[in-house]
Design a protein around this ligand. Structure first.
Ligand code: PLP
Length: 356
């Protein structure tokens, strides 16, 4: 980096904070944002915290035309005794760089960016709601800003971090959802961009999500893009199954996004002495297990919901009911443990949280 000293310009017009009972995901933002710029040949420069504000871009900015962009999602949690914690933030910054590498975007310095992020959270800590289950969602992202219609990597980028207070994912308590197994549209293929958090993966999934929604299902279950046989992810979450006492999750095959929640669950299960196997799982196998009464639990995992139990699946007109549409014991235990560690209710002996 050429110039790394953080500038801070504070807002003279702080906004009114929304009530903790009335938080909608990703619609309200805090008073400040973080920005830094990249210029090819010079590196990242001018890191600054400023009042939250719209940005101006040239209509030819490359992000608008070829989608060269990456993002991350993590949360800051308030503990009962008023401390503030981040959950494995370095993992998110490492993954941001992995995504960037796939999209030919220059890497950021993870340690430096973590220090800027901590400063930003410190400045905005009154925005972290206090009600149980609430948190402050953190969205770091990078966009290509060079005004140039050539199909080539940009020479200019802007990195920003914005913050949004979010309500409890489970306002009415953790509950299972129904999912529709998508066998027409594809989310990602090996060699594509599925392992990167990049915009196009998400907009390309809307069509399938629309169909699932219209059939009354909450999420799409994605199959592999080549054979349409093997399970990949559910919505924007990784997925786990408990089959006949064994925990299985799809192996990282080059098209699945490597979730930090996924990784944490595998590590927790190992610590508890519960084997968790990463392997290929076909829909056929899952259906047979369900028919034999051996599909005991199913759940999605991600930062937003932590654990999202699956109570029902629809695959090629076969309906599969899982655990009588109730949250399974293991799903509940994992949810309680992870959220407990994140909010300081349970000692963090995995050393996952970072105090601000
Ligand atoms: C972000 C994301 C996940 C979950 O990752 P976490 O780090 O656990 O939040 C899973 N799948 C996709 C496609 C994602 O974008």
């Amino acid at each position: 980096m050429s110039e790394t000293k953080l500038r801070i310009v504070t807002s003279q017009k702080p906004k009114e904070k929304p009530s903790a009972d009335n938080l909608q995901f990703g619609k309200q933002f805090t008073d400040h944002m973080f920005t830094m710029n990249y210029v090819a040949g010079k590196g990242w420069m001018d890191p600054r915290i400023t009042p939250y504000q719209p940005i101006t871009l040239d209509p030819a900015a490359m992000i608008f035309h070829y989608g060269q962009t990456v993002f991350e999602g993590l949360k800051a949690y308030r503990t009962q005794d008023g401390r503030v914690k981040l959950f494995r933030p370095t993992q998110n910054l490492l993954r941001l760089n992995q995504s960037s590498q796939r999209l030919s975007i220059p890497a950021i310095d993870e340690e430096q960016v973590l220090s800027y992020l901590k400063k930003l959270i410190e400045l905005e800590k009154e925005w972290i709601p206090r009600k149980e289950g609430t948190s402050l969602y953190i969205r770091p992202f990078i966009v290509a800003t060079e005004p140039n219609l050539s199909v080539a990597p940009s020479n200019l980028y802007t990195f920003m971090i914005i913050l949004s207070p979010v309500g409890s994912y489970y306002a009415e308590g953790i509950h299972p959802v129904g999912i529709f197994v998508e066998d027409e549209y594809t989310r990602a293929v090996k060699g594509g961009t599925g392992t990167a958090k990049t915009a196009g993966n998400y907009s390309a999934a809307y069509k399938a999500q629309e169909r699932a929604t219209s059939k009354g299902y909450a999420q799409v279950l994605w199959l592999d893009g080549v054979e349409k046989k093997y399970i990949e992810e559910v919505g924007s979450m990784n997925v786990f199954f408990k089959i006949n006492g064994e925990i299985v999750t799809p192996e990282l095959n080059g098209s699945i996004l490597e979730g930090i929640t996924r990784k944490s669950i595998i590590e927790l299960l190992r610590k508890w002495g519960i084997p968790c196997i990463e392997r290929k799982i076909s829909m056929e196998e899952l259906y047979k297990a369900s028919q034999a009464g051996q599909l005991e639990e199913a759940f999605g995992t991600g930062t937003a919901a932590v654990i999202s139990p699956i109570g029902e699946m629809n695959w090629q007109h076969h309906q599969m009911i899982i655990n009588e549409k109730k949250t399974g014991d293991l799903s509940k235990k994992l949810y309680d443990t992870l959220t407990g560690i994140q909010t300081g209710l349970i000692p963090d002996d995995m050393n996952w949280t970072v105090d601000i």
